[in-house]
Design a protein around this ligand. Structure first.
Ligand code: SF4
Length: 238
């Protein structure tokens, strides 16, 4: 079934204030979220590309390349960003290199704000300097961003809309919001995608090396993230 989404007014007509979007735009985004709730990820991406053109970027963690594969099929030149925290596994950086070459990606790799020995892993401001601030700088130049966030990732993400206004004052598009981990695996197999080299060792949700471990049978993929703390988010999606 074809999803019909009403076209939104130009963002320039309605500058976004820190108190949130004007009511008319809030309603339009709410409507888009409702219209796209049951749409295929490709349709969500196509809507985002049509609506925002180059005023858009895709943030990807390179734990897999499902969102990348979907996005380049909609728009081969779509812009990606990757947050190089300095703490990634060498295998993640190798995967980034392989995937970037395979798809000839238009990608910016964002360096951290501080060296490794300043606010290192485990310290209070590590994620802030290595993820949140570089991301916010990249997002300052666009009106919308696309993420690989899924509702099944964490309880905090369980109600994530397919499209919404986020706390950064941008339109956030989550084409995989309704996907399960099984959907991801099926897509990887069906489309014969490149795999992160650590998948074979039990790593599924893959972030920085010091705070990621492989999971065992019956564990949730996110059990492998920040396994020694109560932390569930690094701040990118708050
Ligand atoms: S996940 Fe860990 S190593 Fe990576 S930026 Fe956050 S605190 Fe630092």
């Amino acid at each position: 079934m074809k999803t019909i989404v009403k076209r939104l007014p130009d963002l320039d007509e309605f500058p976004i204030s820190s108190s949130g979007p004007p009511a008319v735009l809030a309603r339009e985004i709410e409507q888009a979220a409702a219209d796209l709730e049951h749409a295929r990820a490709e349709e969500v991406l196509a809507w985002a590309v049509e609506r925002f053109g180059d005023d858009l970027l895709v943030a990807t963690s390179f734990q897999d390349c499902v969102l990348i594969d979907l996005a380049v099929k909609v728009k081969p030149s779509i812009r990606f960003i990757f947050l190089d925290t300095g703490y990634h596994f060498p295998e993640t950086l190798a995967f980034l290199d392989d995937v970037s070459k395979h798809y000839d990606l238009n990608i910016d790799i964002l360096a951290p704000d501080v060296p490794l020995d300043v606010w290192p892993c485990g310290s209070q401001r590590c994620c802030e300097f290595r993820k949140v601030q570089p991301l916010n700088r990249a997002l300052a130049g666009v009106s919308a961003w696309i993420t690989g966030l899924k509702r099944i990732d964490t309880p905090e993400r369980a109600n994530a809309p397919v499209v919404n206004w986020d706390t950064k004052g941008l339109v956030k598009v989550n084409p995989l919001a309704t996907w399960t981990d099984e959907d991801i695996e099926s897509y990887v197999v069906e489309h014969d995608l490149l795999r992160h080299p650590l998948n074979a060792q039990g790593y599924v949700s893959i972030g920085c090396a010091p705070t990621t471990r492989p999971i065992g049978v019956g564990e949730h993929p996110r059990d492998g993230r920040w396994p020694d703390s109560a932390k569930t988010e690094c701040g990118l999606h708050l």
